[in-house]
Design a protein around this ligand. Sequence first.
Ligand code: PDD
Length: 282
Amino acid sequence: DTVYLNGQFLNKQKARISPLDRGFLFGDGIYEVIPCQAGKLIGFELHIQRLRAGLDSISISLDWSYQQWQDIIESLMKRNQAKDVSVYIQVSRGTDRIRQHGFSQDISPTIFVMCQAMASSAYLAAVDSPELQVMTQLDQRWRNCHIKATSLLANVLHFQHAQRLHVDETLLYNAQQQLTEGSTSNVFVVKKGRVFTPPLDNQILPGVTRAMLIDMLTKHTQIEVVQKPILLSDARTADEIWLTSSSKQVSAVVTLDGVAVGNGAKGKWCDIAQQLFDRLKF
Ligand code: PDD
């Protein structure tokens, strides 16, 4: 496997990062995951746009053009003969001389890119995505969830909660009992012929899949998409719940805390959403 690290293409085994890298010490960095199916990057520009916004928001200066990112990704995919992968990009603040909270102005970012096999479901057409079982938990994360930061400890622990209970994802809610998102995904709820999803704010990641799906539903269907807070209690009586992410695409949630959602199988609007998503890819 070849990876990209700070200007070089190297064998993954040979790539080295200093223990004084602030990504390692503090999780001080931003990342992206861009899905690639049949050699085609999905939502490339939106992902790079979010990466740039994230870097900007934590004052890491790196003014790479879309073309620069694309050249590296394409070269990496060619070297790895990769067609169906997720591209992982991580930019940390860089390696300092000592461990200190405050950051020096004179360090340059560590830039790392690799291709990784995706979860097996991500290779499928979205219409064939597996149905998901989901548990809920109070959202324990920080107040800047719109930043795709590499410090993911709370997300990791939330996800592990699902693993421990042998389900697929943990769906999070805030102190007001409103859904925020999944530990690795955004959430949509269908109720009485309308699609609801939490609004973009500091409580959720502005998902690229979320944005593309809202756009397609609005352009190609009659269903109304409403971005407003969703109470957990309303989700419990929803007709359908979906999760979206670069690796899940659009997936139906069929049980919530062990109770069937709707009739306990993928709903008709989820199927329509998945078909729209597939149209975008193939
Ligand atoms: N996760 N919310 C959270 C907390 C996420 O980690 C992700 C993606 C999403 C969906 O965003 P997008 O549609 O842009 O993938 C929402 C990625 C895949 C990950 O961490 O591996």
